[in-house]
Design a protein around this ligand. Structure first.
Ligand code: PEP
Ligand code: CO
Length: 463
């Protein structure tokens, strides 16, 4: 291990937040030893490429789409599940690219998103108190003592499942599945019964014609065959993240090789805490989540620590303020960070500030509030002249019923039909596409206002 990175013991001495209490320290040590010998899941050079692409986002020349499950689970690592998540992200990315005429940087919350911070250590049901579920990386969802005891061997399973997921993703994105000319087939097994669907189909037809035109003109069609796709997760469990940190032989600097981008959560971003201390040493591009109570000074102090060199692409700031708070809470944060002289990638997570519980006990989010936070994000950035660089969403490619509202007008009674998340409620496929159209509209109108693109040609204007 590089001397540049603190040891696990040094990090724990800082009082790391949100860590499981393992009953058997020897078992933890054994797992850490095994993980340290495992091959990296990503390469340093890929992380460097991603840093360059995040810099493009920060500079206002690209848009970041980051999405996936709140919590991946071992059981749902299947070909169909991975393919469905990938294709909803690709579909959203195409909508954004085509409608807003901008390159879209695609990053999954995938291949490592297995650990969850929790607001309470214990979960109480009918008077029985057990350790809270902290993600498959830590314990199991079932409500029994045996399932809830943290088991470090699960970290090896995280590695194995992440490797399998990443392997399939790499095959999909380079092996022809992501070919733009196959965009229609990404939709094939969905019922086309909504106006989001028809809008998507219209767009695919239009893109199909544009591609055929370009190919006829002799444009190299290889470019349509593959896409770049990166992995990311919250760097929460120190044992896992630290064990997969490797010193790059070219630069002698440490990279977290379990994902291209890792982020610090709202609950573990203490300035002198273990997570900030660990992540500040990494060369990966890193994300930081900021909730509505962060002050401008705190945000600036975090940036100074995590990005002392003002390196383009180093930082992605993911704000999750809540629809009610964003218009007040975001401007001082942007102003304080801009005053430090940095250009960061500003990304909106419209999910985590908008969660509520229904009378029947389902954790849900309303599509209208998600949309409202996204609109607030664009309003604030347009007002301040900063670039609204991306969105970060919890979604799935399946037709689950976890968030209410959206084009299918799901109501609270519908939640029971297909509520499958292991943690927070995700947008289903139609809701995700609907969000992509909303974002595309905001991007297009913002760019027209800034003079970056010409308005579309409307025949009516000439009648
Ligand atoms: C999450 O992204 O799932 C999460 C826990 O978010 P936050 O850190 O913003 O609460
Ligand atoms: Co979540």
């Amino acid at each position: 291990m590089s001397e540049l990175i603190p040891s696990l013991a040094e990090l724990h001495a800082l009082g790391a937040a949100q860590q499981p209490t393992y009953p058997d320290p020897a078992a933890v040590e054994s797992v850490v030893g095994k993980l340290r010998r495992r091959p990296p899941l990503v390469f340093a050079g890929e992380c460097d490429d991603l840093r360059g692409r995040v810099a493009e986002v920060a500079a206002g020349r690209s848009f970041l789409l980051q999405g996936g499950d709140c919590a991946e689970t071992f059981e749902t690592v299947t070909a169909a599940n991975i393919r469905n998540k990938l294709r909803v992200l690709l579909s959203m990315a195409v909508v954004l690219t085509y409608a807003a005429q901008l390159p879209v940087l695609k990053v999954g919350r995938i291949a490592g998103q297995y650990a969850k911070p929790r607001s309470r250590d214990a979960e109480i049901r009918n008077g029985v108190s057990l350790p809270a579920y902290r993600g498959d990386a830590v314990n199991a969802l079932g409500f029994t003592q045996a399932e809830r005891i943290p088991d470090p061997r699960r970290l090896l399973e995280v590695y194995n499942h992440s490797a399998a997921t990443l392997n399939l993703l790499r095959a999909f994105v380079t092996g022809g599945y992501a070919d733009l000319r196959a965009m229609h087939t990404w939709n094939a097994d969905f019922v086309h019964n909504s106006n989001v669907e028809s809008r998507y189909e219209e767009l695919s037809d239009e893109i199909g014609r544009a591609l055929a035109f370009m190919v006829a003109c002799g444009v190299d069609n290889e470019a349509f065959r593959t896409v770049d796709f990166y992995s990311s997760h919250e760097a929460l469990l120190l044992e896992y993240e630290h064990s997969l940190t490797r010193t790059d032989s070219r630069t002698q600097t440490p990279y977290n090789t379990s994902a291209h981008l890792v982020w610090i959560g709202e609950r573990t971003r203490q300035l002198d805490g273990a997570h900030v201390e660990y992540l500040r040493h990494l060369r990966n591009p890193i994300g930081i989540k900021l909730g509505p109570n962060v002050t401008g000074d705190e945000a600036a102090a975090l940036m100074d620590k995590l990005d002392p060199d003002h390196e383009p692409g180093r930082l992605t700031v993911i704000t999750r303020m809540g629809a009610d708070r964003i218009r007040d809470a975001l401007p001082p944060v942007i102003e304080a960070v801009e005053q430090t002289g940095r250009k960061v990638a500003w990304v909106c997570d419209p999910m985590h500030g908008n969660t509520f519980e229904t009378a029947t006990g389902y954790k849900t989010r309303a599509f209208s509030q998600v949309a409202d936070e996204v609109n607030g994000f664009f309003d604030v950035h347009e007002e301040l002249g900063s670039w609204p660089g991306g969105v970060h969403v919890e979604l799935t490619g399946d037709d689950v019923t976890e968030c209410v509202g959206g084009v299918d007008e799901l109501d609270e009674a519908d939640l029971a039909n297909r509520y499958e998340t292991a943690c927070d409620p995700r947008l289903n496929r139609n809701q995700s596409l609907e969000l992509a159209f909303l974002v595309a509209d905001r991007l297009t109108s913002g760019r027209i206002r800034r003079g970056a693109v010409e308005p579309e040609f409307h025949l009516e204007d000439f009648r």
